[in-house]
Design a binder for this molecule. Sequence first.
Ligand SMILES: [Zn+2]
Length: 310
Amino acid sequence: MAWFKRPTNLPPQDNGDSNGDSNGDSNQDFGAESTFAPVSDDGSPARVRTEGLWVKCPGCRTILFKAELEANLQVCAKCGHHFKIGARERIELLLEPGFQIVDGNLRSTDPLHFADIKTYKSRLATAQKHTGLNDAIVTALGKIGIHDVVLTAMEYAFIGGSMGAVVGEQIARAIDRSLASRHPLIIVAASGGARMMEGVVSLMQLAKIAVGLAQLDEARIPYICLLTDPTTGGVTASFAMLGDLNIAEPGALIGFAGPRVIEQTIRQKLPEGFQRSEFLLEHGFLDAVVPRSELKSYLARALDFMAVPA
Ligand SMILES: [Zn+2]
């Protein structure tokens, strides 16, 4: 969360907030990679935006044609790198057409009146404008194959997919919907963890969601968690690892603390591929690593296996 640190040489910005896209800067690499920055005659950087057409794969450095990447579900055809996708794309990918979006009307009240270099209120407003969502999550009711499910997907582009009161409440409501309808719950995690601008309110969500999941377990209603790149912090430490089935996309960063913090703490070099889904599968933290193109059929088969009545 490097964006949180206040640069000492900058005057504090107020909440005028006219620059459109400075939320969750950890997510900015995507745009930056698709922009070449040659220098013009007068020496100033003349940025040529190629965003509309091409994107560079962080996995193999191939320049990919965006339309082809889209047709391939945002997976690099050369190396299989899985690009991040938004919550709505995720829902469209997994559910049959005709699903219904629910609980999208909740908004954060900024309980701590938090401000760092910007006010939390202005960060929220920017993220809302940028993503068209009220917070970092979208819940949908629909079908996977023949099975009715409650699916809730986190939106990384909204302040790093961080979990504040709204995300927590929306997951709690999704659990309630599962309990009431006996439809399995699927959560797609994509998050930097708890939302520090909501402090302890954000941490309280961990307990609230864990209690709900325990109720699901008692009622014998399946809960599947799909961990995507990245799933870290308080989200990994709570609901993302509590599924009856915990599966992940290939190459996803999954962990609690970041590798640098761990290396500094244990004073040891971490092994290759540490905190990536394949490593976690090998060490028993995941049940499967499933490529994006096979996710829907995998989930349908898992629900068949869990003997969920259609
Ligand atoms: Zn690639």
